[in-house]
Design a protein around this ligand. Structure first.
Ligand SMILES: Cc1ncc(C[n+]2csc(CCO)c2C)c(N)n1
Length: 226
């Protein structure tokens, strides 16, 4: 890996514990084809459309996290992530336009079962659990994409020249994006210390691993459209 960030602390242990399921997520065939530039366009368009719907519910989950935190510095960190998602949505929409998708059309699309499963699972963990449970459900998305982006950017199998997905890869492989991920991981570590992560590890791991599997299913949903 290109940063020890992913291997240390509570996050590192949750990632490790997810084992092969984690590898299945970060090295999914969708990503292999995207890296090679061979991913069929309908698969990527399906992914982008569902991701638009996904991000709206993911922002709701972050808003829920803000309400479950107790200190101002923690609330600031979670609010920054919430803002990043809400502020990034117009960028996502602009990017989708370049793939021939307009916002009205995406907003009118029915949610795929995979989108619903994933987002409502995260929200349910948030409503039934505490901030630590919710962070365990959120982290595979937030930190996983940084690992994926960095991995793709540095992989010898990635073809950037002439690859229609190069800008997507550059976006998630960006070092600046890592700063945001670092604060999300730090929040997990802090909340974990406050709320007894040690004695809750088995349950937290189950949440983290389930969210990881739902991420894989999300890639597969894209591929199934091709
Ligand atoms: C299915 C799916 N999973 C993860 C991400 C990536 N992502 C969503 S919100 C967020 C945090 C922004 O600070 C990140 C990295 C995505 N777009 N779609």
């Amino acid at each position: 890996m290109y940063t020890p960030l992913f291997e240390n602390g509570l996050y590192g242990r949750l990632r490790q514990q997810a084992g092969q399921l984690w590898q299945d997520y970060v090295d999914h065939p969708f990503l292999q084809q995207l890296a090679a530039g061979t991913l069929p366009k309908p698969a990527f368009q399906r992914y982008l459309t569902q991701d638009y719907l996904f991000l709206i519910h993911f922002a709701r989950a972050y808003a829920l996290l803000v309400s479950k935190l107790r200190t101002l510095p923690e609330m600031r960190t979670a609010t920054a992530s919430l803002n990043a998602i809400v502020a990034e949505l117009p960028l996502h929409v602009a990017y989708c336009t370049s793939w021939g998708l307009d916002e009205e059309q995406m907003a009118a699309q029915a949610e795929a079962p995979e989108t619903m499963n994933y987002t409502r699972y995260v929200l349910d963990i948030g409503y039934s659990g505490d901030a630590l449970d919710l962070l365990a459900a959120l982290l595979p998305c937030v930190a996983g994409y940084a690992e994926i982006g960095l991995g793709l950017l540095h992989s010898p199998d990635t073809v950037m020249a002439g690859n229609p997905y190069a800008s997507w890869i550059r976006n998630y492989g960006d070092e600046g994006y890592l700063t945001g991920v670092q604060s999300a991981i730090q929040l997990l570590e802090n909340v974990g210390q406050q709320r007894g992560a040690e004695s809750r590890f088995a349950e937290l791991s189950q949440i983290f691993t389930t969210a990881t599997q739902l991420e894989s299913a999300f890639w597969q949903m894209g591929l199934n459209a091709s």
